[in-house]
Ligand binder design. Structure first.
Ligand SMILES: [Zn+2]
Length: 442
């Protein structure tokens, strides 16, 4: 059920950005499936790890520093020779030396035994898996998984405040905001520049272990984001059934990923945009065109390659300071200036999102930032004004299948209703703060 997914590196910071998001449950009956089920299907027997725990005295603990399998059993009145036998017979299934401090274990002891001798040791290396070492009659061991349940949910909201705050207000994990910003929309929507009135709807699945233990958001199946009155649909679709690789596409089957990331630095702000008509008071209002986009961040912040390519320069020169230049294909090159240090060498192949250096102040600069230069056919252009190529278009053979697949999801998305936000306090203040402060940097 879990799908491998292309690691998508995003470049957004939602928490830092102040936009107000009120999320509303969209259906008249909110999907409180979990609690309802627990209430209705109150089990008369406590079944866990495949055992009816009512039949046993159950001792639960976590592995302490200095604990070993032998010591735990010895403390519980199991003889040394028996421990040795158990360890020998189960070593092919579980290496008892692999017990980790802090992980939970459970001992099941037969009721009525005055010594409360355990006859089963259950170890949980993670939330989902457990290892049973059973020595009740014959000695045997096996690894098993707790039942996983996926619950589909919907959430919708209109941006008037902070997106992550609004999510937690609705009991929705803030991870959902990150998923939208970093995995689904980093190429199409700049989450640092969300607008009042931007709105969204999401269909996602939550994961639960043992029916009740929340284990995070499993996947976002479909999303709709309205940004600057423009609609952005996103549907997850498996493009390779063998590897399980999936990607997000829009309603026209266009890949949402782009060949280039929007920014070479995560959690940064744009301190100066590409501007050929820039005039600087400090220089007597002379025309000083800015052929790059400056992303300000703290010294030492990683700088990422915005696309796959080959490093063609990694050097230090004049006002540029330490910089890296990458050739992506016959058309595009990108360049990253003023680094504290480079992490890549000339000739090296880099992938989108790879760290190529760190923010610094080398060369001609007034503050720590990276000046990002975007070259198209040998000319420096504004990457934000370019129609950048999509990462990997969907194959023609899959396109028909995809369009069929998204039909019901799109109807479902379109039917999710927003409520009109009633409170609009703090709006002016918040949105004033988002106006970019233009700083004069190289
Ligand atoms: Zn610059």
């Amino acid at each position: 059920m879990e799908r491998a997914r292309i690691k998508r590196l995003g470049n957004r910071c939602i928490i830092a950005f102040a936009a107000i998001g009120l999320f509303y449950s969209c259906k008249p009956e909110p999907k409180e499936v979990i609690s309802e089920e627990i209430a209705i299907v109150e089990p008369e027997e406590t079944i866990e790890f495949g055992f009816n725990l009512d039949d046993y005295i159950v001792k639960r603990d976590t592995i302490q520093k200095g604990d070993s399998f032998g010591e735990i059993l010895q403390r519980n009145s199991i003889s040394f020779s028996h421990i040795f036998q158990i360890a020998e017979k189960t070593k092919d299934t579980f290496d008892i030396r692999k017990l980790q401090v802090g992980k939970p274990y459970t001992l099941l002891c037969t009721k009525g035994d005055s010594l409360q001798k355990p006859n089963c040791f259950i170890y949980q290396p993670n939330k989902e898996e457990y290892v049973v070492i059973n020595f009740q009659d014959s000695i045997h061991a096996y690894t098993s998984r707790k039942p996983i349940k996926y619950v589909e949910k919907e959430v919708a909201g209109v941006i008037t405040s902070n997106i992550s705050e609004a999510l937690s207000d609705q009991g929705v994990s803030v991870r959902l905001a990150y998923k939208l910003a970093d995995e689904i929309y980093p190429w199409t929507i700049d989450f640092r520049r969300l607008q009042k009135g931007d709105a969204f709807k999401v269909i996602y699945t939550d994961k639960y272990i043992d029916d009740s233990i929340y284990a995070g958001i499993a996947e976002v199946k479909a999303a709709y984001f309205e940004h600057n009155k423009e609609p952005f649909y996103a549907f997850e679709f498996e493009t390779d059934s063998v590897t399980g690789v999936s990607d997000y596409f829009n309603e026209e089957a266009k890949n949402l990923r782009r060949a280039f990331l929007q920014a070479p630095v995560q959690f940064s702000r744009i301190s100066s945009r590409y501007n050929l008509k820039r005039r600087i008071a400090y220089y007597g209002n002379k025309l000083r065109p800015h052929r790059g986009t400056d992303f300000a961040a703290a010294i030492g912040t990683p700088i990422l390659a915005t696309a796959n390519g080959t490093v063609i320069e990694s050097t230090r020169r004049g006002g540029n300071g330490k910089f890296v230049k990458i050739r992506h294909n016959a058309t595009y090159e990108t360049q990253y200036l003023h680094m504290k240090a480079q992490k890549v060498k000339k000739g090296q192949f880099v992938k989108q999102g790879d760290v190529i250096g760190w923010i610094g102040m080398t060369g001609n600069t007034g503050g720590p930032h990276v000046c990002y230069r975007f070259w198209k056919n040998g000319k420096e252009v504004d990457p934000f004004k370019q129609k950048l190529p999509e990462a990997e278009p969907i194959s023609d053979s899959l396109k028909v299948k995809y369009l069929e697949f998204i039909k019901p999801l799109k109807v479902q998305l379109d039917n999710i209703q927003y409520k009109i936000p009633e409170i609009e306090e703090k709006l002016e203040e918040v949105f004033d703060n988002t106006n970019a402060i233009t700083q004069v940097n190289n």
